[in-house]
Design a protein around this ligand. Sequence first.
Ligand SMILES: Cc1cc2nc3c(=O)[nH]c(=O)nc-3n(C[C@H](O)[C@H](O)[C@H](O)COP(=O)(O)OP(=O)(O)OC[C@H]3O[C@@H](n4cnc5c(N)ncnc54)[C@H](O)[C@@H]3O)c2cc1C
Length: 371
Amino acid sequence: MRVVIVGAGTFGASLAWWLAREGDDVTLVDQFEPGDRRATSGGETRLIRVGHGDQDYYTAMAWRARTLWRELEAESGADLFVECGIAWFAHGDDGWEAESERTIRAQGIPCEHLDTAGAAALFPGLGTGDLAWVLFEPHTGVLRAQRAVQALAAQAAEHGARIVRARATPAGTAAALDDGTRLEGDAVVWACGPWLARLFPEHVALRITLQELLFFAAGPEWRGIPGWCDYDRATYGTPDLDELGAKAAADYEGPELDPDAELPEQATTEQVVRGYFDERFPALAVAPLVESRTCRYETTADTNFVASRHPEHRHVWLVGGGSGHGFKHGPALAERLAGALHRDVELPAMFAVGERRHGRSLRTAGHGVRL
Ligand SMILES: Cc1cc2nc3c(=O)[nH]c(=O)nc-3n(C[C@H](O)[C@H](O)[C@H](O)COP(=O)(O)OP(=O)(O)OC[C@H]3O[C@@H](n4cnc5c(N)ncnc54)[C@H](O)[C@@H]3O)c2cc1C
């Protein structure tokens, strides 16, 4: 099969890797080098977690992706996945974490239900006053994002994919490049992150927002600890990985930002995150800020991804809407897309193009909430 993929973020590069491995003739086009920080998949790290509330499809897909990231590591020799575990801070007995625990256990994936004393042993000075319990996923953790995307593209090329640096525009069923080249295929896949809605405004609606990541000089005890998510309080973070500092982010939606607009240098959420630390990690509340990064979320109304045929062109596919939680799923979504391309296996209706209603967030309760 001849496949053209526009977009070398986690979704497009994973698909290129998967299809090239299966022997397809793949061309992967991107306006930037894979891993560029202007793409949503840029930046150093992303969490990989299986907890998705009662959403069993995403739980299974994340767990499968974990296996496939390990396969990519074995194939490429790159060190991509740090299995430090993820802790979910639960504020009650019947919320997102309880639903996640039920879904995870039903799939036979290991997890632990910790009381607050048990959870305190996982972190330096964990504040637990507002917590009921903690859901711990011992076998998930953190992915080295930029390196992972670069490894996907490199391995796709290793299996014969052509990597083309160009900006593409839809032209009927083809992709037209800036230099006038027309790329046609048995399938043309547009996996264009924040740019997808601009390319296909009649079929995809995305909110593009400016988001921030903060890195704190936290000391050696913040290495080797788990990543963490506070769904209800819309905050998450990672251990100090590769001496970047302990990472944390307020997961509310920032101001809207055009996909082509420059990412601002200056972070504005430091006080919000320090306010959270006052209660959760008092040691971090006074730790110096060493670095901040800005990036974009491209969010659908219900935070479900888009992975669907173009309604008018059967061989054209639209893929994206990562909604702040897409990175980890890249290779497993690619496996499912390959099934749809090769064998007409159906993808779930929740990935369809067209109108979406605001739904419960698959990221944190910060979806739809402005800072
Ligand atoms: C701050 C932040 C934290 C996040 N945290 C997590 C996390 O912890 N865990 C997690 O799983 N996910 C997380 N996410 C979400 C995740 O990173 C995204 O959902 C995912 O990376 C989206 O990948 P993508 O391939 O759809 O898009 P992108 O990575 O943006 O890739 C799209 C590519 O298409 C290219 N492109 C677009 N238009 C064109 C065109 N016309 N011609 C040529 N090329 C084009 C772009 O250059 C780009 O490289 C986070 C995101 C952000 C911003």
